[in-house]
Design a protein around this ligand. Sequence first.
Ligand code: ADP
Ligand code: MG
Length: 506
Amino acid sequence: MDSNPDPGDTKLKPGALDGFPIPSVRSAIEHASPPDTADQLSAQWARVRNRLQQDVGDLEYRTWLRQMTLGNVDGDEVTVHLPSRFLRDWVRGHYADKLNALWQSENKRIRRVDIRVSGAGASAEPSNAGRDGPGLPGDALADALDESALDRMEDLRSDPARPEMAVPLDTRFEFDSFVVGKPNEFAYACARRVAERPSSPGFNPLFLYGGVGLGKTHLMHAIGIELSRRPATPIQVAYMSAEKFMYRFIAAIRNQSTMEFKEQLRSVDVLMVDDLQFLIGKDNTQEEFFHTFNALVDAGKQIVVSADKSPSDLSGLEDRLRTRLGCGMVADLHATTFELRISILEAKALRAQAQVPPKVLEFLAHKITSNVRELEGSLNRLIAHANLFGRPITLESTQEVLHDILKAHDRRVTIEEIQKRVAEHWNIRLTDMSSARRARAVARPRQVAMYLAKQLTSRSLPEIGRKFGNRDHTTVMHAVSRIAELIEQDSDFGERVELLRRMLES
Ligand code: ADP
Ligand code: MG
């Protein structure tokens, strides 16, 4: 998820969605009959849409399908665009077969319908929601939202099933909506402290780091929002992604306005730059950032920076910059724990005023472990689905609605990885995972590995057995129940297994 480029998507040519598709020349070569004209295709598309609407009913159509636009028609493939990943996944998961069938009945040539996310700005209804920004002051820099935030807003805007989610960004990324637990309490406290008293010694710069989707951007926005709410002492806050910083810098060079660029940056009281790892390998921008950084810190202004690694691990950034980055407060956002994930889900469900059974929350917290954004996205999808169809959320509906996400997560951990980690943990040889040795010192870890394989992958018992030296599925079954028993009886042992599970999942 997150800001990873969507591998299935290509950028649309500008204007490709405005009119109608240009039938490709290739299709004329590949097929004996002449290609359909743009007019024919647009008529076919209109009929496909109409029939789809009749088929699924007005409500469903308006909710999920109305924003579809026709992309290219290339040979036997037609591309249909939707304005967000959320909608794309939904339509792929629920309407792909219907779309295929309807297209084929309209046009024999079509064999495949490709459902994609349209390029930025290509949505059916132009909106400036994405440009409004988080409401931070600092004129020239106010539009500098990071890409992932834009992405999220795009999703919110085009998710008609959840009007209550479409609140402005500034309320979503407050301190109040940030759920605090062991893994993030230190980073949270530091962020709060900076928001209360910017530029205090020891907290400048504040360097937040941690993996994707753990709340770095959220905390930075929260600092900005908090500061902007203080009417008594107006504070100029600028927030931008490192990428944006670079583009602005390049634009300034091109427009011969680097002086203005520098002055603007140096005139803020708080400068926040998100995802600094982006500057690795961008030497000129790094240099410029370094000078800005020094000028601001020397003038007693606050800097907040985030990255995916600690300053010392950001190899590829210049040494002198790394050194300075590490001079203030460095705070790590650790991977979430099960408890934190539960708290986050509870908070989000409450906010959405949705009834989600505890069993479902536990299931999600157990399955989706690496990334809060994904956790949140899954919950949102469940709630949207429940609202739309007026059905309560249950464990069964969860498994159905999140089918694709859950599958992707299952695939993440392999049995080989589990065997390797478990063998390392108990200091036995990897080959003993499949050997016939029955000594307790070897057999117990092997059982743990089988147990974890059952828990963390979607492999069947016979499949797991095969990976453990061709053992029978009943052996695996026995291992699973024996380990479950031991976890209950022996809390020390239980913690070890839990630790292994977390390591494997993170
Ligand atoms: P990062 O910048 O570290 O990749 P984000 O700050 O963008 O992550 O967080 C991803 C999503 O998860 C956001 O929607 C954010 O609000 C949410 N999130 C992350 N951590 C928490 C938390 N502790 N409490 C509430 N929401 C969180
Ligand atoms: Mg971020």
